[in-house]
Design a protein around this ligand. Sequence first.
Ligand SMILES: Nc1nc2c(ncn2[C@@H]2O[C@H](COP(=O)(O)OP(=O)(O)OP(=O)(O)O)[C@@H](O)[C@H]2O)c(=O)[nH]1
Ligand SMILES: [Mg+2]
Length: 425
Amino acid sequence: MDLTDTPTPVVTIGLNRNSNSFDYSMTELNNLVEANKMTVAETLVQKLDRPDPATYFGKGKIEELKQVVIDDGVDTIVVNDELSPSQIRNIEKATNARIIDRTGLILEIFANRAQSREAKLQVELAKLKYQLPRLHTSASQRLDQQTGTASGAGGATNRGAGESQYELNRRTLEKRITHVNQELKEASKADQTKRKQRDRSDIPTVALVGYTNAGKSTVMNGLIKLLGEDEDKQVLVKNMLFATLDTSIRRLTLPDQKTFLLSDTVGFVSQLPHQLVQAFKSTLSEAANADLLIQVVDNSDPHRELMMKTTEDTLNEIGVSGIPMIVALNKADKMDVNYPAREGDNLVMSAIDDASLQELVTMIKEKVFKNYETVELLIPFDKGDVVSYLNDNSNILNTDYKSDGTMITAELNETEIKRFEKYRV
Ligand SMILES: Nc1nc2c(ncn2[C@@H]2O[C@H](COP(=O)(O)OP(=O)(O)OP(=O)(O)O)[C@@H](O)[C@H]2O)c(=O)[nH]1
Ligand SMILES: [Mg+2]
């Protein structure tokens, strides 16, 4: 990790394959660079249909890159794609600079942000899988220095040390992968138990999803506050990419007693490395089990359409489909538009505006609690537990004391209606 606060200058490079999302992906790369305590000195782009299999850029462009590295006095090049180990080696040889590819960069950011034990293990697993085929490159060594996690074998750049050293390093990595996998399995078992308990408790779940830095955690905190929950339930909000790397789940109760679980989780970015997607599957799967998704979008970002596409692609990749979705077009306060403004399942809103959050709650309610019905129940006096359940869990519209029991008019969901069928009048 860089101990000084001065960001390291780097040259970023990318191949324009004539895609209309190229500008977006370069902007994104530059943002990722800044998020990793580096700064972009210069950007070099080449138009090519496909990367050169040996050097990514073509021969002439590599020469130009070498000169730029010298002129700018930088020692690091960040590449907008995942490279093969030999491409990394060849560009390093040609330019005398260190190479960080897109995957390595995102891994470094995740590694620097991970706080919880599970997130740390997940990042380490992704990192090890990335390092394994790259043992001979400095990309592997660099990740070890950056993250400070001791795989103990990442730094095998000295090819002169011979094949046996390489073999040793490879075996150490493989052992570590098995070990981390095992630890994660245990952690995820505990998670599944928790999820089962929640499923049984019948509480609907709502998951915030979307591009990193869109405002998911801010929406979460806004709802926690609006619904009068303890401030200590708040989650971390920061103006940086990947502030959230864990899943936080909060139980929220509406003024009419209906409760739901709201989860906030890791944000998405385009070409999220598959090693990370795999490693973070259990964190991301919270969305897969939700009854409703709220996709938060930074509506003030000119690339918002592509960010929504990225979110859609990532949800598909982790197997989330067919779940109803509200689209929260957030940060409207930064734009010259009316808000809150609702159109179907879209809401133009601001996470720092109470009227917007109120409208969002109304939409959540409509989607999640649509199977509620108002029923009348006559509960015998010796069934005090039923009365207290209703008092605690449902919206009671009327209570009347009759000679043969308590008459309660309440809004109940399907399961509750079945459970209390015998008391219906
Ligand atoms: N002006 C304005 N700023 C907002 C709004 N919502 C969020 N922000 C800011 O946007 C930045 C990112 O917010 P977060 O809530 O951390 O975003 P996130 O989606 O959780 O991001 P990650 O956890 O990094 O994926 C913070 O600086 C927030 O204060 C909004 O409606 N208006
Ligand atoms: Mg967040």
